[in-house]
Design a protein around this ligand. Structure first.
Ligand code: GLY
Length: 373
């Protein structure tokens, strides 16, 4: 949608030059407002609805956002978060999460934790029950088990199959892989590869196999971020993810980095991210956005400014930036909010989810910095 598209020139001119398209509903929400990333299977819609329900029944804002993202963490169909998330290169699911509680100004995070379906809840325990900010790897798992979390296998048949298909896609310069039979096998063409996969994995439809092949060639990195504000002006936020698919074991993205994939200042507002964590960390995105708002920018201007910094790190070269996907979600203390993406949509609208006292959970389009041709 061209209304949501800001040219690079406009972006470089600065936020003041951006058209005001009335896309972001700036309104105080006396009975609470929750925003989140959109996610698959209406995950964001369900997340925001749940978080708002907790707030409206008098629950704490941190409990609210955690209850919201738990729905997505426990949904095996979302392969970018929690149970069913795509694994690392060893075929092991490693999860990252962080949370911040506005009223107490506490935060907690876990990085590269294995075997726990709801890492956001472990991050909450780190925030509220320890004197630390972040636990990682084996220590994070031991901490979770000490609090009664159950260690489980987080791979589903679907995510294991996607990992196998990724293994098969790693070929030498002659197109050979040890993961298919016959040293003389010719290099696979995509259509032939899908036919071969159908024979190997007859339990899956063509759509799943094509997506798995695409994920093998361009490993995805989804996530969910959720931020809430209650009628007392209290705020909390959480980000949780299985991180980049097929990553090097131990890789930690932006989601558990407080200030990177999540930041919240009770006096100003909160921000979080989904997408390629490495590029977000290079601009400390969530903290940058909240500081931008402290200095007077609107949520939309603040997020677009952070995205401009990402573009600047690539000398504003759109060819190199084409491989980067990054989205921010921003909620200010007065209830104004925005979703902002580096790239405008190829198909459909970039969206985020919103629920408030005045409107049930729904999607809204994000603004974006660059338009895909
Ligand atoms: N933003 C999620 C990640 O890069 O791990």
């Amino acid at each position: 949608m061209s209304d949501h598209t800001f040219s690079r020139r406009a972006a470089i001119l600065g936020a003041a030059a951006l058209p005001v398209a009335g896309l972001v509903h700036a309104q105080s929400q006396p009975t609470g407002v929750v925003i989140s990333s959109a996610n698959r299977n209406d995950g964001g819609i369900h997340c925001c609805a749940k978080a708002l329900e907790v707030i409206q029944s008098g629950g704490d804002t941190l409990d609210a956002v955690i209850a919201g993202v738990n729905i997505v963490e426990l949904d095996p169909r979302d392969n970018s978060v929690g149970y069913g998330g795509l694994p690392n290169e060893d075929g092991v699911v490693e999860l990252d999460a962080s949370c911040m509680h506005g009223p107490s100004r506490r935060g907690g995070a876990v990085g590269a934790i294995r075997g726990i379906k709801t890492p956001s809840k472990v991050a909450q325990k780190v925030a509220l029950e320890t004197d630390h900010m972040m636990l990682a790897g084996e220590g994070a798992l031991r901490f979770a088990k000490a609090w009664g979390f159950q260690e489980e296998n987080l791979l589903t048949d679907e995510s294991r199959t996607q990992w196998l298909i990724w293994k098969r896609s790693l070929r030498d310069r002659n197109g050979h892989t040890f993961w298919e039979s016959g040293v003389d096998a010719p290099p696979a063409k995509k259509a032939a590869e899908v036919e071969e996969l159908k024979k190997l994995f007859p339990q899956y439809g063509e759509e799943f196999l094509e997506e798995a092949l695409e994920n093998a060639l361009n490993p995805p990195h989804g996530t969910i971020n959720c931020i809430a504000l209650n009628e007392k002006g209290e705020m909390s936020a959480v980000t949780t993810t299985s991180g980049m698919a097929f990553k090097i074991p131990g890789r930690v993205g932006d989601s558990p980095i407080i200030g990177g994939g999540l930041w919240l200042d009770q006096d100003i507002g909160g921000a979080g991210s989904t997408g390629r964590g490495e590029e977000n960390l290079r601009v400390c995105g969530a903290h940058t956005i909240v500081e931008n708002m402290r200095h007077g920018m609107s949520p939309r201007e603040a997020a677009l400014d952070a995205l401009k910094r990402v573009a600047r790190n690539f000398d504003n070269d759109e060819k190199r930036l084409a491989a980067v996907d990054l989205d921010f979600y921003v909620l200010r203390k007065d209830g104004e909010y925005a979703g902002a993406s580096l790239w405008g949509p190829v198909q459909g609208e970039k969206r985020f989810a919103v629920a408030s006292g005045s409107r049930p959970s729904h999607h809204e389009p994000s603004v974006y910095l660059l338009a895909r041709k």
